[in-house]
Design a protein around this ligand. Sequence first.
Ligand code: HEM
Length: 187
Amino acid sequence: MHGIIFLELQKFARQQAGAQAWETLLSEAKLPVKSYSAVRSYDDQEILSLVGAASRILNLPATAILEAFGEFIAPALIRLYGRLLQPGWKTLDVIENTEKLIHTAVRVGNPGAKPPVLDCIRTTEDELQIMYSSERQLCCLAKGIVKGLARHFGETITLTDDSCMLRGDPFCAMQVTRTAGEASTPP
Ligand code: HEM
């Protein structure tokens, strides 16, 4: 997994639980204290160990940790690849274009990175279907990112999942509906 994700998890831990939270997490995850770099990737097992450690420390399911982290990380993701986004885009527009513009750029620019495939269908101006597939099965992180984008753009959304890999389905299907917020402006 890309180093950016680890650096943001470090910020998230410190924001939630104080200056020593990251070191505590590394220790609980049985990982050495080291500096993660934003220009390289690390073993997926490390992120899973860190999320597992947070889950034990906080006595919360790993899915809840991933969702909260997804919400936290959304503005940083927007900053990271903001140059590829149209200025008037809001939550649904960004998600709809993530696969084509952003995750593709991540794959090309970072050999070894494997962001999930997000197949989207924009059913109406205010409704979007997302089909998420990834062998990592981090759909809860995806849900958190969707909620974080909505907060970032000052929109209210509802999110429902019709199928989920964690329940044995071959992919996750989520329906995002915008219920309040200003409409996006055309480019
Ligand atoms: C807004 C701009 C976005 C940027 C810059 C971005 C960037 C990235 C990067 C760098 C990774 C790490 C990939 C790796 O190391 O293999 C990643 C993973 C991921 N992204 Fe995105 N992403 C964006 C939007 C989204 C959206 C809208 C969603 C969900 C609706 C999403 C869902 C995920 C998930 C769940 C992962 C974890 C890896 C996995 O599931 O296999 N991303 N993304």
